[in-house]
Design a binder for this molecule. Structure first.
Ligand SMILES: [Zn+2]
Length: 245
């Protein structure tokens, strides 16, 4: 079956001497891998038609029994050229794409995930964002993948935590009030929970106090690490790059 979709290239790697495998996040079919046979030959119609962070229209032959489909045609729609010239934006984009790659399973995904990655790469190609950009991306990513807790209320008694703060149980991925947590878990301030709520909305918070920023950074980090052994090297680099701006 031949399928047409729109997809963002997350990762490419060589296959044999002249072929490549491309892992995509597609709009309709979620994360997929395609084999681009002979794509590195000079006369291949696929040569130069895709690269990391490109959004492409892809035409692939779906092999139902296997995870690796055959890429037939590919046409770049949004190449995001600026990411090739700005190493800082490129480092952050690399981290964003690798986090999606590591956390999203193959197969259909929520369409919100595709939109989130497209928006994130578009912003990075437009300008280098401030430090709050990354933890916000991580929080939205965890939310889209169903891996984030409800940041507003205690997981056990449901009381609102936005005024009192709570305690974070990494092993169970649960946020609880002080009473329900019975002294276990890491303390999470009310300020951090309110900032997280703002970050999950449309706009970035104007400025985060350093202490709150660090708290959110470590909260998101512990979730990512717990869920997916997400590459901490790429994450550390991405945070350093934006902090230096
Ligand atoms: Zn409680």
């Amino acid at each position: 079956m031949i399928i047409k979709d729109e997809a963002i290239a997350l990762r490419t790697y060589p296959y044999g001497n002249t072929s490549q495998i491309i892992v995509w996040l597609s709009q309709t079919h979620g994360k997929i891998a395609t084999l681009a046979k002979g794509s590195q030959r000079t006369r291949s119609g696929l040569l130069g038609q895709y690269d990391l962070f490109y959004t492409c229209e892809v035409l692939f032959y779906a092999r139902e029994q296997r995870n690796l489909h055959i890429l037939k045609k590919c046409c770049p729609l949004v190449p995001r050229v600026a990411l090739r010239h700005d190493w800082r934006a490129c480092a952050v984009a690399s981290y964003a794409a690798s986090a999606v790659d590591q956390l999203a399973p193959f197969g259909p995904a929520m369409s919100g995930l595709y939109d989130l990655l497209a928006r994130t790469l578009d912003s990075l190609a437009g300008r280098t964002p401030g430090p709050a950009f990354l933890p916000r991306f991580e929080l939205l990513l965890l939310h889209e993948l169903g891996l984030a807790p409800d940041w507003r209320a205690c997981a056990k008694c449901r009381q609102d935590l936005r005024e009192r703060g709570g305690r974070w149980d990494v092993a169970h991925g649960a946020l609880r009030c002080v009473e329900c947590a019975e002294d276990s878990g890491l303390e999470v301030s009310a300020a951090a929970l309110r900032a997280i709520e703002t970050m999950q909305g449309e706009a970035l918070p104007a400025a985060l106090p350093e202490r709150v920023f660090r708290e959110i950074q470590s909260l998101a980090g512990s979730l990512l690490e717990h869920q997916a052994d997400c590459s901490t090297v790429a994450r550390t680099l991405a945070f350093q790059v934006l902090a230096a701006g």
